[in-house]
Design a protein around this ligand. Structure first.
Ligand code: UP5
Ligand code: MG
Length: 204
C-alpha cells in the first residue's frame, strides 16, 4: 500500500492493558478503521473451512504468537477490503485511510514483514500498566468474555511471551522514535484524554 494513501498506527501493550478499549474510543472520534490482530485470528479460527482453525486455537490458548504469514495476510486482506469499500472517502477528512492495528506486531519477524509487504507505520501507541492491574482486568473480563485465554494459566503465558518476544519490538520502535507511551493504569476516560492528544498531534 502507498504510504501517502494510508496512515497506520500500531497499538501495543501487555495483555489487558486496554488496547481494545482505547481503540474503540479513537474510532469514534477520529474515524479510524480498527483492526485487532487477535480478533482477526479468532474470526479465522471460527471460519468454516479454515485450514488454520485448529492451529490458531492452540496458539492462542498457549499465549504463543501464531506464525506471522497467517496474521500479516489477514491484516493485509482486511486493509484491502476496507479501502475497496471506499471508506477512505467518507469520514476520513484528509482522504487518507486511517488504520489502528491493535495487538500487532508482537514479534520482530512480523514487524519487519509488515514494513516490507504492507506499509510503514506512523506511530506506535504503547499502553503500560502493572501486571497486577492487567491480571485483575483479565480475570474480571474472563467471567463473561468466553475467551479461551482469559484464565490464570493462559494469562501467565501471555505475560511471559509479551516480555520475552514483544518487548524487543517495542525497543525497536523506541529507537526509531515512533513510540508514544501512555500510562493505562488510570480510568478509561483519563487514558483516553492522553491517547486523543497524541493522535490529534500526529494527524495535525
Ligand atoms: N479495561 C480497559 N481499560 C481499563 C481502564 N483504564 N480501567 C479499568 N478497566 C479497564 O481491556 C481488558 C479489560 O480491562 C476489559 O474488560 C476492559 O473493560 C478493562 P482491553 O481493552 O480488552 O485490553 P487489551 O489490551 O485489548 O487486552 P487483550 O486481552 O485483547 O490483549 P492481548 O494482547 O492479550 O490479546 P489479543 O487479542 O491482542 O491477542 C490474543 C492472542 O492472539 C495472543 O496471545 C496470541 O496468541 C494471538 N496473536 C498472535 O498470535 N499474533 C498477533 O499478531 C496478535 C495476536
Ligand atoms: Mg484486545
Amino acid at each position: 500500500f502507498d504510504n501517502s494513501k494510508i496512515t497506520v498506527i500500531f497499538v501495543l501493550g501487555g495483555p489487558g492493558a486496554g488496547k481494545g478499549t482505547q481503540c474503540a474510543k479513537l474510532v469514534e472520534e477520529f474515524k479510524f478503521c480498527h483492526l485487532s490482530a487477535g480478533d482477526l485470528l479468532r474470526a479465522e479460527q471460527n471460519r468454516e473451512g479454515s485450514e488454520y482453525g485448529a492451529m490458531i486455537k492452540q496458539y492462542i490458548k498457549d499465549g504463543q504468537i501464531v506464525p506471522m504469514e497467517v496474521t500479516v495476510k489477514l491484516l493485509e486482506n482486511a486493509i484491502k477490503a476496507t479501502l475497496e469499500e471506499g471508506r477512505s472517502g467518507e469520514g476520513w477528512a484528509d482522504g487518507k485511510g486511517r488504520f489502528l492495528v491493535d495487538g500487532f506486531p508482537r514479534k520482530m519477524d512480523q514487524a519487519l514483514k509488515f514494513d516490507e509487504d504492507v506499509c510503514l507505520s506512523s506511530l506506535v501507541l504503547f499502553y503500560t500498566t502493572s501486571e497486577e492491574v492487567m491480571l485483575k482486568r483479565l480475570m474480571k473480563r474472563g467471567e463473561t468474555s468466553g475467551r479461551e485465554d482469559d484464565n490464570e494459566e493462559s494469562i501467565k503465558k501471555r505475560f511471559s511471551v509479551y516480555k520475552e518476544t514483544t518487548m524487543p519490538v517495542i525497543e525497536r520502535y523506541k529507537k526509531l522514535h515512533k513510540i508514544a507511551e501512555i500510562d493505562s493504569g488510570p480510568s478509561v476516560d483519563k487514558v483516553y484524554e492522553h491517547s486523543a492528544k497524541v493522535v490529534r498531534e500526529l494527524l495535525a
